[in-house]
Design a binder for this molecule. Sequence first.
Ligand code: SF4
Length: 323
Amino acid sequence: MKQEILKLGAKRVLIQLPEGLKQAAPRLAKIVEKAGALPIVSADPCYGACDLATTDAENLGVDMTIHYGHSKMVKYERVPTVYVEARATVNVNDVAQKALPLLQKWQRIGLATTVQHVQTLDVVRELLTRAGKTVIIGDAGHLNYPGQVIGCNYSNARSIAKDVEAFLFIGGGQFHALGVALSTSKPTIVADPYAGTALSIDKEAEKIVKQRWAIIEEARKATTLAVLVGLKPGQKRLEEALEVKKKLEDKGKTAFLIAAEEVTPEALMEFPTIDAYVNTACPRISFDDASRFKKPVLTVNEALVVIGALSWEELCRRGLLES
Ligand code: SF4
């Protein structure tokens, strides 16, 4: 980080951190100061590497952004950006051991994790191999590390889905493990080193599949739809939004474009005459906040099912989270 500051000759640096890691800000600010630049910490929420504070960086006239906690996602940054990946030091051996009985039925196991734990995959692979399993770690070439997943990209897991019977996900919470299950349609066990637990995520995934089907059915009645365009640098898919809008109109629907930095239930409530939304921003908004939205918020592929351009079976085959 210090070298990058010196290399760029940066005099003013914006530090951006995700929730949960913001407490590292003073330590990073000190490092920036010692490198001879003025640090400015962003207090705004940051949900992923898609969420680069480019406009804020420009407004503040910084020479460089330090984006902490995520690996690079946006290809071309308007402000030079250095990514500092946070690595967890928590031991995963015990939870991987706990996962073994849950993996008993299956022989071929795929491994997946987030960038915080990619360094543990070799150890877990060895542990499973010693237990007689065949372990596969996918690398589709779209993310920084084999086996890595991010909230909206499970290409590594999908690339091996046909070769494995189940997945073991290493990491905290259900968010990414659910993504693995929904993207691969394979049984998925999550070994959570923070909670110290290993459990199956399949019931939760089934519940979401049923919920998505119900939302699609409800959206079939919609006559007026809005296509949501995300304004965060890694979420803006205007071309795709225009294509969906046209497809909806070709099927006799009325369709508008609505752009938003944050797609929230409160923001959408301001448009009572819209019957349903098609979300081209962060696909997880449709899934994770589904029960909070008063109207259906479809992914692009779900919208295609609504207008008959894609079958539900094909959508499930592609993976519900794929776009
Ligand atoms: S688009 Fe959504 S899921 Fe993907 S990185 Fe951004 S916040 Fe995470």
